[in-house]
Design a protein around this ligand. Structure first.
Ligand code: CUA
Length: 175
């Protein structure tokens, strides 16, 4: 679980950073200093910081917006995806097809008959490999190409009533 480890270490780093900043501020607050020059200096710093932040955010925004819609694959000729209709319903899944081949591009078109549900696909080690929201009157798409054979499990990810935990289904992927 490398991702969790990285997330944990990153969080710890920033937690320590915040504590350190508070400690320095608390320590420095004992000193008496003339306010005017400090104000001038840090107002200048703030202007620079603000401009840098806007520039950075602008670059990031433009860069990431180019990818929209995210995760939308481009299929080559003769490589059309298998479209699978998924309808969530209290408390189960109506899936038009649940057997796929390794390397076969699959598009799940996910909607709901009643309330909001979550459509999550898990591999055999119960790692989530894809998910989307199942909403009434909307169709959300999940693009996936299974690269391992096996039995995958679909679980509902949104508490949707008393039998929420029974909303499971299986997908079989063969070589
Ligand atoms: Cu459907 Cu929880």
């Amino acid at each position: 679980m490398l991702v969790q480890t990285i997330a944990w270490i990153t969080s710890l780093f920033f937690m320590i950073l915040v504590v350190a900043v508070f400690a320095v501020v608390a320590w420095k607050s004992r000193e008496r200093k003339d306010y005017a020059p400090i104000k001038k200096k840090w107002y200048k710093a703030r202007t620079f910081y603000g401009a840098a932040l806007i520039a950075l955010m602008l670059v990031l925004t433009i860069y990431t917006l180019r990818e929209l819609p995210y995760n939308q694959p481009v299929y080559g000729a003769g490589n059309e995806p298998t479209v699978v209709d998924v309808q969530a319903v209290q408390f189960g899944w109506n899936i038009s097809e649940n057997e796929f081949k390794v390397g076969e591009p699959v598009e799940f078109h996910v909607t709901s008959k009643d309330v909001n549900h979550g459509f999550g696909i898990y591999d055999e080690e119960m790692n989530m490999i894809a998910q989307t929201q199942a909403m009434p009157d909307y169709t959300n798409k999940v693009f996936i190409t299974f690269d391992e054979p096996g039995t995958y499990e679909i679980l509902c990810l949104e508490y949707c009533g008393l039998a929420h935990h029974l909303m499971t289904a299986d997908i079989t992927v063969t070589e």
